[in-house]
Design a protein around this ligand. Structure first.
Ligand code: DGY
Length: 326
């Protein structure tokens, strides 16, 4: 059969070459920017399958505008950009890319933790401005990491991988997970599953790894930040809206908590007013999975998911299996 496929952003070359070799008609957005909702709706007209990214809002209006599309293969593990119930109602398959980005994202969470705790970015800027005049006993004192308490909010694949790395630093690991127990975390690090309130009160470092849903929106809000230790450091590599960023700006400004490391933002790509002026936050442009190997594996996975649906097979990473029975 002649398949028509649309890819909404430039992706690693091996996956694009592979897809191009498998389908008859193939279109990639040539510009290095997200499509606007109306551009997206127009570009995917007549397509059978779409590889989309977390910047593409796939909602009822897009689904209605492109009724030929059988699959949206999201190039991300998170799929909060897609209205899954609406897709399911129309029997449109939604797929994601779990597993292949676990280690890269966990590594980046630790990079943020180290950078925030040891003030790496501030110290680097200080050097570049020529302000280093010699070793000083009180210069850039940060927070200890080894032996302290790490709280993981959401112990799925990535949360578990972050927690496992804490073993190397002889840390006590707590985790709060609505969905499931992490046996690996408990076995390898003697992690304790606790209620979120207890985790917030006890942890020196709190790392967020929950998916963004209606239930996790502002899961870390003002009352939760109030419960944290004064020296606490908050890391978010999951999704921005899980943390109330205005409340976080206030808490960082008043030193209610010590620092934060953020790879994701509530109104991404914008940052809330005042955030960028604070010295005690490290901010990154959503690069958790951004290694060459990881992004290539994600792209191949998205391509394979898409092709499976077009060929009438169950895709390996189907988010809405209800479409098979409904
Ligand atoms: C994801 O996959 O959900 C990340 O946020 C982007 O790689």
């Amino acid at each position: 059969m002649a398949f028509q496929v649309c890819v909404t952003r430039e992706l690693p070359r091996p996956a694009l070459d592979f897809l191009r070799s498998q389908v008859q008609s193939f279109r990639v957005n040539p510009e290095d920017r997200a499509l606007t909702p109306s551009e997206l709706a127009a570009r995917i007209q007549g397509c059978d399958g779409v590889v989309c990214t977390l910047n593409d809002r796939i909602d009822a209006s897009v689904l209605d505008a492109a009724p030929t599309v059988k699959v949206f293969a999201n190039y991300a593990v998170g799929y909060n950009n897609i209205d899954v119930p609406e897709a399911t109602r129309r029997k449109v398959a939604i797929t994601n890319t779990p597993g292949v980005l676990t280690d890269a994202t966990a590594d980046l969470a630790w990079a943020l933790l180290f950078a925030a705790a040891r003030r790496v970015v501030e110290a680097d800027a200080f050097m570049r401005r020529g302000r280093f005049k010699g070793w000083s006993p009180m210069l850039f004192l940060g927070s200890d990491i080894t032996g302290r308490t790490l709280g993981i909010v959401g112990a799925g694949r990535i949360g578990t991988a972050v927690g496992l790395r804490a073993k190397a630093f002889r840390m006590r690991v707590l985790y709060a997970s609505a969905a499931r127990r992490s046996e690996a975390l408990e076995r390898e690090t003697a992690a304790q599953r606790v209620a979120l309130d207890e985790l917030l009160r006890e942890s020196d470092f709190i790392s967020v790894h929950a998916p963004l849903t209606d239930r996790t929106f502002h899961l870390i809000g003002r009352p939760q930040i109030e419960q944290m230790k004064p020296g606490a450091i908050l890391i978010n590599t999951a999704r921005g809206p899980i943390v109330d960023e205005d409340a976080l700006v206030e808490a960082l400004r008043s030193r209610r908590i010590a620092a934060a490391g953020l790879d994701v933002f509530e109104d991404e790509p914008a940052m809330k007013p005042g955030l960028a002026d604070l010295p005690n936050v490290v901010v990154l442009p959503h690069i958790g999975s951004a290694t060459i190997g990881t992004r290539t594996r994600m792209a191949m996975m998205a391509a394979e998911n898409l092709l499976a649906v077009l060929r009438g097979h169950r895709p390996p990473n189907l988010v809405n299996p209800e479409i098979l029975t409904a």
